[in-house]
Design a protein around this ligand. Structure first.
Ligand SMILES: [Zn+2]
Length: 462
């Protein structure tokens, strides 16, 4: 793991380099895989020896750490783990069940998943874990152009949400000045930015747009503000949704970046500077894709569920951990020069929210991308899942732009339905609802409302 900044990181020459750590980000695949195997062998032994949870699990599968002689062995022999197992054990014996691999007094930070339904997952981090998580952000920050001379503004009320705590660890790691917006309201954030002149905004992507809207109402043009970069996590953002990238970059006059993070795993995949995908930080994580139907490994370029192993979480190890995120995985290199695995378009959907309509798989981001491009449709919409006559049904409920005359709502709805039909080969019901009636969120915008019968839901709130 790279914990020390590369020598001379602040020299003029270093500041101009496109990589935070070129040697690690461009390491040849064969070397990277050899490194993964060595680290995984150590990690499996560590998890087996230090947690009753993994000892039980591996013993039940009849596997010993010494059985892992290749990455193929690892994927085949080590049983997958799932969030629900951890939550179950934590509920039996709070706060961490018997999944903790360290003495409790070495837990340096505690977070919880920010889900709006269900039971939260408790996530412990050691001090070293927090440094490693932060490092993942630095790769993304640097790739976008952010340097130690920048000033970060966190438009965020902290809470227990790991996403932006780890961004904070990253900003510290990079050596930047940090300003916390804390519990200010939207107007307060805008005034603080005008007063303090930060150069980097950290927020959820929808909150960046919300701020832009409120600023407009205040008569403030944020494209003329001091912000030069915006960086996002927590919900589908500029990589998955090009329409959203354009809106954010225009409103803020800034370059927008994004990172795919999973609270219990790592800030695992910083955005590619080319903007069309995210790169797994392979210094912190090992990943493979699972075919959602067969459970076997899916081929490169096919859509599969991201299964991840974290080297960043030593407090609560995660082996072959199911993320329920659907990704299209590439190992064949990238135009930006990085050799790390790339997920084209970031996360394409969730296994628990993948709806099959008349034999076609429909992904949340695919629908959102289309809605983003339609004139007259605002950024406020939700996708409602129901089950009717034996089929999953997805209904798109959207707020038309407030300036759009109500007489045109139905035409916009039918335009949306036609475009979705053309692009995805399924017809979805599109229903306009009055402006300002859908709920607003400052943290994670809840786009999917699952109203299917409980037994049909596989949703594990993340
Ligand atoms: Zn790239």
């Amino acid at each position: 793991m790279n914990v020390e900044a590369p020598a001379g990181a602040l020299s003029k020459e270093s500041m101009g380099r496109p990589f935070w750590n070129q040697r690690l980000e461009t390491i040849p695949r064969a070397q990277l895989d050899a490194l993964h195997l060595a680290r995984i062998q150590r990690l499996v032994t560590y998890a087996y020896e230090n947690t009753a949870f993994y000892r039980r699990k591996l013993d039940a599968a009849g596997v010993k750490p010494s059985d892992i002689r290749s990455l193929a062995d690892y994927k085949r022999l080590i049983p997958v783990t799932d969030k629900s197992e951890f939550i179950g054990l934590q509920q039996e014996r709070p706060p961490y069940g018997d999944t903790l691999a360290l003495p409790p007094d070495l837990v340096a930070h505690h977070c919880e998943t920010s889900g709006t339904t269900g039971v939260p997952l408790a996530i412990p981090y050691s001090m070293v874990d927090t440094v490693r998580y932060g490092e993942s952000w630095v790769y993304g920050f640097w790739g976008l152009g952010i340097r130690p001379t920048d000033t970060f503004y966190f438009a965020f009320g902290w809470g227990n949400f790991a996403g932006f705590w780890s961004a904070y660890w990253g900003a510290r790691r990079l050596g930047c000045r940090i300003i916390s917006g804390g519990g200010l309201d939207t107007k307060g954030h805008i005034q603080a930015i005008q007063r303090m002149k930060p150069t980097v905004l950290i927020s959820t992507p929808t909150f960046a747009l919300r701020m832009a809207q409120v600023a407009k109402e205040m008569g403030v043009d944020l494209s003329q503000s001091s912000i030069r970069y915006t960086y996002h996590a927590g919900e589908p953002g500029p990589t998955a949704l090009p329409g959203m990238r354009e809106q954010i970059e225009t409103a803020w006059g800034a370059k927008a970046g994004e990172l795919l993070g999973i609270a219990e795993v790592d800030a695992m995949a910083p955005g590619c500077p080319l903007g069309d995908g995210v790169h797994v930080n392979e210094m912190n994580c090992y990943t493979w894709s699972m075919d959602p139907v067969t459970g076997g490994e899916s081929a490169e370029g096919e859509i599969g569920e991201n299964v991840v192993t974290s080297y960043a979480n030593t407090a609560q190890p995660l082996l072959n951990y199911r993320t329920h995120d659907l990704v299209r995985r590439r190992e064949s290199g990238c135009g930006c020069g990085r050799t790390w695995v790339k997920f084209d378009g970031a996360v394409l959907g969730r296994t628990d929210f993948m709806v099959t309509v008349r034999g076609t798989n429909v992904y949340q981001t695919a629908v959102e991308n289309i809605l983003n491009q339609i004139q007259g449709v605002s950024m406020h919409y939700e996708l409602v899942l129901t089950h009717e006559d034996g089929n999953d049904v997805m209904t798109v409920r959207f707020e038309p732009e407030p300036t759009l005359d109500a007489a045109h709502w139905d035409a916009v709805a039918s335009d949306a339905s036609d475009r979705i039909h053309k692009a995805l080969h399924v017809r979805l019901r599109c229903t306009p609802v009055a402006p300002n009636t859908l709920p607003r969120f400052e943290l994670k915008t809840k786009r999917i409302i699952d109203q299917r019968p409980k037994e049909l839901r596989r949703a594990l709130d993340r």
